[in-house]
Write a protein that binds this ligand. Structure first.
Ligand code: UD1
Length: 368
């Protein structure tokens, strides 16, 4: 579905246009609803940095979610974190200088988020951070530095849940805080009815892994594979390109247990179907953790902590450091499946699916 910007006078368009910046798979998903909500009120320049460029991580999502083509595709691609962030910043700044939006909206905690927020800040344009206020304490987590810097720069901090807002207040954040809920839930609710039906009744586990903590650590990745082989369920494991490279680099393709089926990355709809239909989700992805929580599928998160701590507090999710997964994953999988069988959790902690409108309302407040 193509969403056109409303007709506006030249004056209005100069004063009140916005820029929405995104660049990785989960950000493209969230941009789908944000673009629509924002474009119903203002002209919006859509900027895709091109941090993710493979068809499965980019073009397929545009197709499946009916996202209009971006106004600018920056083609930054893969590089060292410094080069990638610098390219995002320089190329975004050129666009901002030419378009002078009234605010720049960034999402999440990737290098694209950081580069775009820095570009806006250096150009003197207010930054709006969607998914603000999340924190982790893992040393060297690349996303942590990104989100802290972006939160420090932002004039408007759109938080997905109460705890994120409370944290920003405790940190004495400079920007205004708006409790909007999580736009990822909006996207899920909107597309659930077009998700493919269940293909088979055979129980299976769904596993994903993409973070540096796993893909840069041979022992951790090997332990996870061994753990997956011991849970007593067939495992579907769609692979992020980075994880496939890591398996090849570490010579671990031969260590993949017979019960684990490696697959190419799934599009948004097929991924939702897999999360919905799985008996258990095992992941290091924040997005997949929340999708499991919303769809009522029990989850084990292969990390020592999660930014989505509420999912753990209510029992929908359990944490397991990757190195311990060889021994402990089977018991934790059983525990999570039993918990889920005993009771279903309440699913509104991160909002009720109306977050994009709330973000647009908050942006309106910033512009007034
Ligand atoms: C990035 C984000 C992470 C987010 C994830 C969502 C940072 C620091 N990390 O991680 O927070 O959770 O996106 O998926 O920004 N590659 C391809 N094709 C692509 C993209 C990447 O083959 O289209 C490979 C390249 O080898 C690349 C590697 O994946 O070097 C890592 O990609 P990158 O964008 O740097 O980080 P992600 O791991 O995707």
């Amino acid at each position: 579905m193509e969403v056109r910007p409303p007709e506006v006078s030249l004056y209005q368009s100069y004063m009140r246009s916005l820029a929405l910046c995104y660049g990785t798979r989960p950000q493209i998903v969230k941009a789908s609803v944000l673009l629509e909500a924002l474009r119903s009120r203002w002209p919006v320049t859509a900027v895709d940095t091109g941090q993710h460029y493979d068809y499965e991580l980019n073009g397929l999502l545009y197709q499946q979610l009916g996202i209009p083509k971006p106004d600018h595709f920056l083609e930054v691609g893969s590089n060292t974190p410094v080069r990638q962030t610098a390219d995002v910043m320089v190329r975004t700044a050129e666009i901002l200088r030419a378009t002078r939006p009234a605010a720049v909206i960034v999402i999440g905690d990737t290098n694209s988020t950081l580069g775009c927020a820095l570009a806006a800040n250096k150009e003197g344009i207010p930054v709006v951070h969607v998914e603000a206020g999340l924190r982790a304490s893992e040393p060297d987590l690349p996303e942590e530095a990104n989100r802290r810097v972006v939160d420090a720069l932002a004039r408007l901090l759109c938080v997905p849940c109460e705890s994120a807002g409370a944290r920003l207040r405790a940190e004495r954040a400079q920007g205004a805080i708006a409790l909007t809920g999580d736009v990822a839930r909006d996207v899920l609710i909107r597309h659930l009815r077009v998700v493919p039906p269940r293909a088979s009744d055979t129980p299976f586990a769904l596993a994903t892994a993409h973070r540096a903590a796993l893909t840069s650590d041979r022992a951790a990745l090997a332990a996870l594979l061994a753990g997956l082989g011991a849970i007593g369920l067939p495992v579907r494991m769609p692979l992020h390109p980075r994880t496939r490279l890591a398996l090849e680099r570490y010579g671990l393709l031969d260590a993949v247990p017979d019960s684990v089926r490696l697959e190419p990355p799934l599009g948004y709809l097929d991924m939702l179907a897999a999360v919905r239909d799985a008996a258990i989700v095992i992941t290091d992805s924040g997005g997949v953790q929340r999708e499991a929580y919303w769809l009522g599928t029990p989850c084990v998160t292969v990390r020592s902590e999660t930014e989505w701590e509420e999912t753990v507090a209510i029992g929908a999710n359990a944490l397991l450091p990757a190195v311990a997964s060889r021994e402990e994953l089977p018991a934790l999988v059983d525990q999570q499946r039993r918990r889920r069988a005993a009771a279903l959790w309440e699913a509104d902690i991160y909002g009720d699916g109306n977050a994009a409108t709330q973000v647009a309302d908050a942006v309106g407040g910033l512009l007034d």
